[in-house]
Design a protein around this ligand. Structure first.
Ligand SMILES: CC(C)(COP(=O)(O)OP(=O)(O)OC[C@H]1O[C@@H](n2cnc3c(N)ncnc32)[C@H](O)[C@@H]1OP(=O)(O)O)[C@@H](O)C(=O)NCCC(=O)NCCS
Length: 178
C-alpha cells in the first residue's frame, strides 16, 4: 500500500486525535480516553501515524524487563529459553532491560498494508541506534489474533504457561539485529 502525506507525531496534551477505528473497542478507547493520561502520568508515550484526515495507526512504549520470574524463577530455564547467558556473581543475569510495546493498532482500512511491520521495524531501529539506555529486548503482551503477526516479525514466546490466555508475552532480541 502506498502512503502519501503521512506523518509520525508524538501524542502531546494538546494533540488533536483524528478519527480512528481498528476494529477493537479497547484499543480504540485507549487512544481517545487514556493515552494522554498515560503520557501525563509518565506511564507510556504514544505515537500516532496520521494523514490529513485520519489516524492510520498508533503505538506506545513503556519501560519493561524480562526476568526469570516470568518462568517461575527458574534461572536455568530462563537462560535456555532466551539463549543468553551473561555470567554474574550469582550465577547469571536474572533479568534484562526491555521496552514494551504497550499498544499497537492499525486502522481497519489500512490493515495488512505494511504499517504494522513499518512500526515494528521503526521500534527495532529506535532502540538500537544511538540508544541512551540499555535495552536488550522488545516485549509485547500480544492479543491471540495478532500472534501470527508478531511471529512473522521475529518475536518469540517466553513461556508456555500463557498458551491459553487472551494475551501472550512475546519478546524480540534486539542484539540479533546489531
Ligand atoms: C495486528 C496489526 C497491528 C498488524 O498490522 P498490519 O499493518 O495489519 O500488518 P502488516 O501489513 O504490517 O503485516 C506484516 C505481515 O504480517 C502478516 N499479518 C498481519 N496481521 C496478521 C494476522 N492477524 N494474522 C496473520 N498474519 C498477519 C501480514 O500478512 C504480513 O505478512 P507478509 O509479510 O508475509 O506479507 C493490525 O492488523 C491491527 O491493528 N489489528 C487489530 C488490533 C490488534 O490486534 N493489535 C495488536 C494488539 S497486541
Amino acid at each position: 500500500m502506498e502512503y502519501n502525506n503521512i506523518k509520525l507525531i508524538r501524542l502531546e496534551a494538546d494533540t488533536e486525535i483524528l478519527p480512528f477505528d481498528c476494529g477493537d473497542t479497547d484499543l480504540n478507547g485507549f487512544l481517545f480516553e487514556d493515552a494522554k493520561k498515560y503520557a501525563k502520568e509518565l506511564i507510556a508515550v504514544t505515537y500516532i501515524i496520521q494523514d490529513d484526515a485520519k489516524t492510520l495507526a498508533y503505538f506506545n512504549y513503556l519501560n519493561d524487563k524480562i526476568s526469570h520470574t516470568d518462568l517461575d524463577g527458574n534461572l536455568a530455564k530462563f537462560i535456555e529459553r532466551i539463549g543468553i547467558h551473561l555470567p554474574s556473581e550469582k550465577g547469571g543475569h536474572k533479568s534484562y532491560p526491555a521496552v514494551k510495546i504497550g499498544r499497537l493498532a492499525v486502522n481497519i482500512e489500512s490493515q495488512i498494508g505494511g504499517l504494522g511491520k513499518m512500526i515494528i521495524d521503526y521500534t527495532k531501529g529506535t532502540f538500537t541506534n544511538n540508544n541512551k539506555t540499555g535495552c536488550k529486548f522488545i516485549t509485547v503482551d500480544a492479543y491471540k489474533k495478532s500472534l501470527p503477526f508478531y511471529e512473522k516479525m521475529g518475536f518469540k514466546y517466553l513461556s508456555s504457561k500463557d498458551k491459553k490466555s487472551d494475551t501472550r508475552l512475546m519478546y524480540f532480541n534486539l542484539q540479533s539485529i546489531c
